[in-house]
Design a protein around this ligand. Sequence first.
Ligand SMILES: Nc1ncnc2c1ncn2[C@@H]1O[C@H](COP(=O)(O)OP(=O)(O)OP(=O)(O)O)[C@@H](O)[C@H]1O
Ligand SMILES: [Mg+2]
Length: 185
Amino acid sequence: MPHPGFCLWLTGLPSAGKTTIGSELLPLLRARGWNVELLDGDEVRRGLSADLGFDRAAREAHAARVTYIAKLLARNGVIPIVALISPYARSRARARAEIGRFVEVHVTTPIEICEQRDVKGLYRRARAGELREMTGVDDPYEVPERPEIRVDTAGVTPRQSAEYVLRELERLGWPFDGTDSPRSR
Ligand SMILES: Nc1ncnc2c1ncn2[C@@H]1O[C@H](COP(=O)(O)OP(=O)(O)OP(=O)(O)O)[C@@H](O)[C@H]1O
Ligand SMILES: [Mg+2]
């Protein structure tokens, strides 16, 4: 078997910055010699999860599919960066258990700021009653209790947030030459 990678799992509210930080991390990790793949919730939905809606069972099934792909990648030396709201603690715990080498990154951007950004206009539509099952509005977001990394995005650039995640990974002892086991686990 090749040396394993590890999964970087970004969770947070809509418009928190998961996709943006994940994209910023790609070149930073590649520059360190890693093979990296971004598994973005929206993209996987368009591809593999087009059959799923947004109720609890569907969100859990979607997370389970992403988990499966991430597991295959991580055990083959890739760093899958997952950018997925993943609002349920149970889905995240399952991902952690299944993948094993797992770094949970909570993008903690407060809802007021997410709502100001409203990248896809979903908060506006949810507040107007045009959209249901919107995480943070009429669907729960279960805040991670013990993520490895917390990253806020208010008042800093996406690049700064990505560099912060990288520094935290180093501080936690995750390997960047792909050979060592992390010191902390
Ligand atoms: N430091 C930062 N890190 C990340 N995003 C930031 C930061 N500062 C501002 N932003 C902006 O916040 C927005 C985040 O949107 P993004 O699509 O990444 O959110 P998301 O968490 O992927 O949301 P969704 O769950 O709806 O896909 C972007 O417009 C981005 O430019
Ligand atoms: Mg996104």
